[in-house]
Write a protein that binds this ligand. Structure first.
Ligand code: TYD
Length: 207
């Protein structure tokens, strides 16, 4: 079967959003019926769940609670947005999916990849993407890209980098667990070069 459910993964400053935009343009120009989405992706219930996760008052939220809420939101978005689009023959490009939870909650927050995998596998009933593009960027470069001023690193920046190093290591672990599904793209390059690699892989997988 053609590979039509495609997810994008990566840390901060990987250029995910721009790359997805570029891909969408080419897919539509080539006659593919394609949509892009991201959790909560316009699903009312997913949105409500996400508000609980992001609410700054919820400082006492446990990492496990957060992982379960992400999984719940994912289930709703999958059933309400992704599956109907796939069933009507569309290519679905989703910005973040299960691998975000595996890298952030499982590895970086320390819950354990296996544990978070189990929660998500249950929440999505084993519905994995056909293809996942993971853009691998050194956080020092990624965070530097999004930082407009070039002041020296302060303590918070360094903490941030330590966390994003963990996220990156998490993604690399997860990529090793699912080598057939996840394609690791070297993101330490120009956006045009990164995009050409992604375009080749995606168009090959959906043709
Ligand atoms: P967001 O503002 O949507 O931006 P971006 O995708 O451009 O980074 O931030 C999403 C944040 O939520 C990001 O820091 C990763 C985090 N996240 C998780 O920790 N677990 C998840 O399962 C998902 C989907 C996101």
């Amino acid at each position: 079967m053609n590979k039509r459910f495609i997810t994008f993964e990566g840390g901060e400053g990987t250029g995910k959003t721009t790359l997805i935009e570029m891909l969408m343009k080419d897919l539509l120009a080539s006659g593919f019926d394609a949509i892009k989405t991201r959790e909560p992706g316009g699903s009312k219930i997913s949105e409500q769940i996400r508000n609980v996760i992001l609410n700054v008052d919820n400082t006492e939220m446990k990492y496990m609670t957060e992982a379960l809420l992400y999984a719940a939101s994912r289930c709703q978005h999958l059933e309400e947005v992704v599956k109907p689009a796939l069933n009507s023959g569309k290519v679905v490009i989703c910005d973040r999916y299960v691998d975000s939870s595996l890298a952030y909650q499982g590895y970086a927050r320390g819950l354990g990849i296996e544990k978070v995998y189990k929660i998500n596998d249950y929440a999505i009933s084993g519905f994995y993407p056909d293809l996942t593009i993971y853009i691998d960027v050194d956080p020092r470069i990624g965070l530097g890209r999004i930082k407009s001023n070039h002041r020296d690193m302060n303590r918070l920046d360094l903490e941030k980098i330590a966390f994003h190093d963990k996220v990156r290591n998490g993604y690399l672990e997860v990529s090793k667990m699912f080598p057939d599904r996840i394609k690791v793209i070297d993101g330490n390059d120009t956006i045009e070069n990164i995009y050409q690699k992604i375009k080749e892989i995606v168009f090959e997988s959906i043709k």
